[in-house]
Design a protein around this ligand. Structure first.
Ligand code: SAH
Length: 220
């Protein structure tokens, strides 16, 4: 975790401006906006990039991965939570733990998976330092989910795939929701996909065009 006094002193104000931007971009759920306002994003990025932490852009976090753009984090969580609570949540692709921290300020029941071991360690350290230690982390391939912890009310993927992993559908609670970046095979290359489990089975809705790193098999 990196921090400088200067960044620390200005971050509250900068974060408030980021939240105003999220409002202008159409994020409406006050719970999500409050959560976005509470997590110090600059502590999750490399020190050299900390001054850019509140720009609405993805930033590199090493290992060829990126910390997601604030708008997209807020948008995905807003889709998951609409009209209810997050409940028990599974996050695939914790990276450095930024989105994990936003999720854990909305629900005390978060499971987070990451396939790159050093990133998972960084996510754990970051959340511990923010006193959000209750997240359960698992090093593993998110295609498999965490069968022993199912069912999940909500599942969120921070990496893109052309298919919804079957194991994740199997671990979704009745009336549960899954949100992920879907690779479309046409323009736009990726869109947000929401899968909801209703009494008649699964149904899908597509939303904004997005750009995420790929969901990869196996672990590192
Ligand atoms: N949630 C992060 C975004 C990290 S980028 C944030 O808040 O910024 C996406 C992450 O997904 C990367 O860390 C990558 O290693 C991870 N990932 C990709 N495929 C995965 C898989 N099959 N299982 C678990 N994590 C995966």
């Amino acid at each position: 975790m990196n921090s400088t006094l200067g960044v620390g002193m200005t971050s509250q104000r900068t974060r408030a401006r980021m939240v105003e931007r999220l409002r202008e971009q159409g994020i409406r759920d006050e719970r999500v906006l409050t959560a976005m306002a509470s997590v110090p994003r600059h502590l999750f990025v490399e020190q050299a990039l900390a001054h850019r932490a509140y720009e609405d852009t993805a930033l590199p976090l090493g290992f060829g991965q990126t910390i997601s753009q604030p708008y997209v984090v807020a948008r995905m969580i807003e889709l998951l939570i609409a009209g209810r609570q997050l409940g028990k949540t599974l996050e695939i692709g914790a990276g450095c733990g930024y989105q994990t921290a936003v999720l854990s300020s909305l629900s005390k029941d978060i499971y987070a998976m990451e396939r790159i071991a050093p990133l998972l360690t960084r996510a754990k350290d970051n959340l511990r330092q923010l006193r959000l230690p209750q997240v359960r982390f698992k090093h593993g391939d998110g295609h498999l989910g965490i069968p022993e912890a199912k069912p999940f009310d909500t599942i969120i993927l921070a990496a893109a795939s052309a298919h919804v992993p079957q194991a994740l559908l199997d671990q979704l609670a009745p009336l549960g929701r899954l949100v992920m970046p879907l690779v479309t095979g046409k323009k736009p290359d990726q869109v947000l996909l929401m899968v909801e489990q209703g009494p008649q089975g699964f149904f899908e809705t597509r939303f904004d065009a997005v750009r995420f790193v790929p969901l990869l098999p196996g672990v590192e």
